[in-house]
Design a protein around this ligand. Structure first.
Ligand code: SF4
Ligand code: SF4
Length: 437
């Protein structure tokens, strides 16, 4: 235990099941897979180094300091280290507990940081109606031509640097959100084989409601009837990954309450980052007597769309109307967080008239990593450049990826490089094929 009573306490790390911290045997096999270690070559910027720091804090040998906080926010949370680790260290659990301690102890607190966290994490992303209202205003601003005009006359130069850098990353908002495109319940033409629940997400709903529509179309084509609750809230991954555990728990309860879990065979997520968090509601709510059992059922039914289609056996898609060459980028949280990397490739390969080109370093983080491209723009920019260079190397005019953050990061990076390469969600390609029936 930490004997220094005046220093902030690391309550979660100190009370965490110690065997998780002990699991690391310092073999270093995770080191070559870690983008931050690759950048600096410093042990403290590696998974092994970070685990040692967490263990030292749990042992009371180190104090919870701003330097530790900054280290934990320099980590992308990409979980490439988890895939590489032969000892099965649950880095995601350690990392989330460390960040929660950092937020509880307020060791990184500044007025500005407090304001942005209050506005985004604690207010906008807790209130789905408010988020959608902001989305409507943004859509008007973008579709009226005001955004283009302000860009043309260089008005954004007047903004403070951090806001100026954020502007090009703003997603293009869809005219209609998921509730306008998807009915509460949709049934396939043939008698359904399965009944599934559909998660529409928050950013996904604003910027990629068309992908949600495509997902439902693909599910219908595969014999699933689809239940889609209205005005869904954020799944809480933003909160869980950023140390706001209580808010993440509240959002998990809300998500569970949307469904009658006995009535669905699966709950479908099409966003890699969200799915990785959604599959661990059981861990998040394990101490909640009213929700622990429901959360365990939820986890067992939560499926990534590619995983689900692979499990039920994909209905052979018709050929695309024209030949298409695609390369595939793995979303970290789909590939490392959920272990889903073969399935999206297999689904794409099953589409006649589609050629899938391999992408070098396909599971290397693109720098999006939740809000990392906002909080650590320099490192995120380097990873974005590296990813885009690999994509351009393939000469494929299309790239597929299954996470809204990656989608936007690739889109922005390709635009910066002046490339016409188009970013798609794999299910959108599948939906296009089914529509060609
Ligand atoms: S999560 Fe990613 S950035 Fe963080 S330690 Fe693991 S590999 Fe490195
Ligand atoms: S690969 Fe696993 S056991 Fe080896 S150093 Fe990294 S985290 Fe520790």
């Amino acid at each position: 235990m930490n004997n220094c009573k005046t220093m902030p306490e690391a309550k979660r790390l100190e009370t965490l099941d110690y065997s998780i911290l002990q699991q690391c045997m310092h073999c270093g096999m995770c080191l070559p897979t870690c983008p931050t270690y690759d950048e600096t070559g410093l042990e403290r910027n590696s998974p092994r180094g970070r685990i040692s720091l967490m263990r030292a804090i749990a042992d009371g040998q180190l104090e919870l300091t701003p330097a530790f906080g900054e280290e934990m926010y320099y980590c992308l949370g990409c979980l490439a280290c988890t895939t590489a680790c032969p000892a099965g260290v649950d880095y995601a659990d350690l990392f989330e507990n460390a960040r929660a301690d950092i937020e509880d102890a307020q060791i990184l607190d500044t007025k500005e940081r407090r304001f942005w966290r209050w506005l985004a994490v604690k207010t906008i992303f807790m209130r789905p109606r408010l988020l959608r209202a902001i989305g409507r205003v943004m859509w008007l601003y973008q579709s009226s031509g005001l955004q283009a005009l302000l860009r043309r006359i260089g008005a954004f130069r007047l903004l403070p640097r951090n806001l100026r850098e954020l502007e090009p990353m703003a997603p293009r908002i869809q005219r209609s959100f998921s509730d306008g495109l998807i009915a509460r319940e949709e049934v396939p033409a043939e008698p359904p084989r399965f009944r599934v629940g559909m998660l529409t997400g928050c950013v996904q709903d604003l910027a990629f409601s068309d992908v949600n529509r495509d997902t439902v179309d693909v599910l219908l084509a595969n014999g699933c009837s689809v239940v889609t609750p209205r005005c869904q809230a954020c799944c809480g991954s933003l909160h869980g990954h950023n140390g706001e555990t209580a808010l993440a728990e509240e959002l998990a309860r809300r998500a569970i309450d949307q469904f009658d879990l006995d009535e669905v065979d699966a709950i479908i997520s099409n966003a890699g980052g969200c799915g990785s968090h959604l599959k661990h509601y059981g861990r998040l709510l394990k101490n909640d007597p009213d929700y622990a059992a429901k959360a365990a059922i939820w986890d067992s039914k939560l499926k990534d769309i590619h995983e689900w289609l692979d499990e039920i056996g994909l209905a052979p898609p018709p050929a695309l109307p024209e030949p298409m060459t695609v390369t595939y980028h793995d979303s970290c949280h789909l590939c490392h967080g959920q272990g889903v990397s073969r399935q999206p490739r297999d689904l794409l390969k099953a589409v006649p008239n589609l050629t899938l080109k391999p992408l070098a370093e396909s599971s290397w983080c693109c720098g999006s990593a939740g809000v990392y491209n906002i909080t650590q723009p320099e490192q995120a920019g380097k990873l974005q450049k590296r990813k885009v260079a690999n994509i351009l190397q393939t000469a494929a005019p299309n790239v597929a990826t299954a996470n809204p953050g990656c989608h936007l990061q690739l889109q922005t990076g390709l635009r910066i490089e002046g490339s016409d390469t188009i970013v798609h969600h794999p299910v959108s390609i599948l939906a296009r094929a089914y529509r060609n029936r």
